[in-house]
Ligand binder design. Sequence first.
Ligand code: IMP
Length: 205
Amino acid sequence: MKVDKIVFATGNSDKLKEIHMIMADLECEIQSMKEAGISIEITEDGSTFEENAKIKATAIAKELRKRGEMAVVLADDSGLEIDFLNKEPGIYSARYMGENTSYAIKNANLIQRLEGVPNEKRTARFVCAIAAVLTDGRYFSARATMEGRIGYEEKGTNGFGYDPIFYLPEYNMYSAELDPEEKNRISHRGKALNQMKQILQTELF
Ligand code: IMP
């Protein structure tokens, strides 16, 4: 069956821009949830990034199936894993210390929890899982990471979230010091989106 469109499960305009850029040559219409006319609340109660991404994509695919549409729904889930903290905050990255707590406070707290921890034990990674769920029930998944270390202070003003405390040894820079194009090229989300594009190209287009 022919796929008419890709619907991306986010309202975040930066993510939408990135997906448009990466998926542009698939020759398929790309819509946000809003553009597809979907506004449902989804509880992300999975225990892995992959499960949460699949839960979001499945819920939206179900809505589109009811309308008889043939579409691919993409959803992502991402977060920061710090090895010394048993991979916290992990899938709770957005909710860590409360959804409304500022990242200045969250970041200061994480640096404090790593006080006295030497460089080699400060390893961390951003993880991104992307799920593709088709309205006919097919499911594909992609995962990528960006490896680095938790720094000793906040640096940089680009990016968002935990970027100011995430140090990239190969670049000798913090993630919040990268320019946005460079970050998209090397980031967990950029790499996972490119992987997913290859899967869709092979399997569907
Ligand atoms: P989401 O699943 O993309 O909404 O990301 C969940 C949370 O993980 C975000 O709210 C951030 O706290 C954190 N996060 C994910 N990706 C990044 C990133 O590239 N930089 C900084 N923080 C990130």
